[in-house]
Design a protein. Structure first.
Length: 249
């Protein structure tokens, strides 16, 4: 298919999980990609897999300076962007009494501050029309224990999809959001939880999902394809929830 043919698209956090699967889907739809990440090994692996279809750039998603440098490079090397999928993010899950300022600041920097200033810096290189898609989370809607800071960062990102829609619409820029539920990605393996405890946690989460399973990255990636394509041209400030029905309970 070619729903993204001749479109130049940026995916942040595009070297693993949802980001990498979205990159695969975008390439299959004819897009020319720029993807970012931080891990040297996953950057190299993504570059090898995607080959000439993608430019892979090391970038610290929580650094304002890094976002400015990324936008400058995109403008210099690519001219214009047709779409952006802001996917880079981290999850730190722990009770409120154990959260410290450093963990709070790190999560907010990567999940909210970096994306906000990246959008700001990309404004001169976004085409008219263009699409921005923010990857948020179903945690913005539900009261999951130990997710207070993560949920707050994602709720703020979801709010940006609405407020920036009104602010940027006259520039021809549409902003929408995807809110995934639990998805089988490397995120869960980075929580520092022992394997047995992790599986027990996963089983508890599955029990809260009407479809009784975790989502797959491709199921979120397909929504991103739609929102970055011209098929979604009448969607503005909208949210696509991909959570297996979790938020309906």
């Amino acid at each position: 298919m070619s729903r993204l043919s001749n479109k130049t698209i940026l995916i942040t956090g595009g070297t693993t999980g949802i980001g990498l699967e979205t990159a695969r889907q975008f390439v299959a739809e004819g897009a020319r990609l720029i993807i970012t990440g931080q891990n040297r090994e996953t950057l190299a692996a993504a570059a090898h897999e995607l080959g000439p279809h993608a430019t892979v750039i090391a970038n610290d998603a929580g650094s304002i300076e890094a976002q400015a440098a990324l936008a400058e490079r995109i403008g210099r090397d690519f001219g214009k962007l047709d779409a952006v999928f802001i996917n880079a993010g981290i999850g730190i899950f722990q009770p409120i009494e154990t959260f410290d300022e450093a963990a709070f600041d790190r999560q907010m920097a990567i999940n909210l501050k970096g994306p906000y200033f990246l959008i700001q810096q990309l404004l001169p290189v976004l085409a008219n029309p263009a699409s921005i898609v923010l990857n948020t989370s179903i945690n913005a809607h539900i009261g999951m224990p130990n997710s207070s800071v993560y949920a707050a960062s994602k709720a703020a990102l979801l709010s940006l999809a609405r407020t920036l829609s009104g602010e940027l619409v006259e520039r021809g820029i549409r902003v929408n959001a995807i809110s995934p539920g639990p998805v089988s990605t490397p995120l869960y393996g980075k929580l520092g939880v022992p394997a047995g405890q992790l599986e027990a946690m996963a089983e508890t989460i599955r029990g809260q999902i009407p479809l009784k399973r975790f989502g797959e990255p491709v199921e979120v990636a397909k929504a991103a394809v739609f929102l970055c394509s011209d098929e979604s041209s009448f969607m503005l400030g909208s949210e696509i929830i991909v959570d297996g029905g979790m938020s309906t309970l």
